[in-house]
Write a protein that binds this ligand. Structure first.
Ligand code: ZN
Ligand code: ZN
Length: 191
């Protein structure tokens, strides 16, 4: 998974953060593709990001909202399917600083900012949230009919000419099961 080279750095200068709430927004260019969940997502060119940062004393609550898009293959018919990406995630920071001098997570999910930090770098939280928001199963539309398992025809475009019985190998297994049940029932019925 490649981390994008954001051409606009999504950061929040700590000097900005006086008591109260501040808002920021960016339109971050995204390019290329991401391999995830065993498939390929081609990014839409822009990711819109809004950040709301609330500071109270040494505590900072960061709320990130992002919206963008990607194109991936439909799980049923394999045609390219555009998908909207939206996400909202919240992070908690403390300006108290850590003993180790590094930004780190604790059990209660508070990020302690290094005492010498000058900004909050949003690149990592944003990228993590973005990747997590990608759907594992993409459909071109809710009722996509998919491909015929026999001849591979796209059933959204036209019905194929495969016999209905042969269209789904799972039906064959079902029929076999039914056959077994019939065999059992025959001697019972005969008594
Ligand atoms: Zn489809
Ligand atoms: Zn067919």
């Amino acid at each position: 998974m490649t981390f994008p080279d954001w051409k606009i750095a999504p950061t929040i200068p700590l000097a900005d953060l006086v008591e109260g709430v501040r808002s920021y927004s960016w339109d971050l260019p995204l390019e290329g593709e991401l391999e995830h969940w065993g498939q390929t997502y081609a990014w839409a060119p822009l990711l819109h990001v809004e950040a709301e940062v609330a500071r109270r004393g040494e505590g900072i609550v960061l709320t990130l909202l992002f919206s963008g898009g990607a194109v991936a293959r439909c799980a049923r018919c394999l045609s390219p399917a555009p998908l909207a990406i939206e996400g909202k995630v919240r992070y908690f920071y403390s300006l108290r600083g850590s003993d180790h001098g590094e930004t780190e997570f604790t059990d209660d999910q508070i990020l302690f900012l290094d005492r010498s930090a000058r900004e909050i770098d949003l690149a990592t939280p944003l990228w993590e949230s973005l990747v997590l928001s990608l759907p594992a199963v993409v459909l071109c539309r809710e009722d996509c009919r998919g491909l015929c398992p026999c001849c591979g025809a796209d059933l959204n475009r036209e019905p194929c000419h495969c016999p209905v019985d042969a269209a789904d190998p799972r039906l064959e297994a079902l029929r076999e099961l039914e056959g077994l049940r019939d065999d059992k029932e025959v001697p019972e019925g005969g008594n």
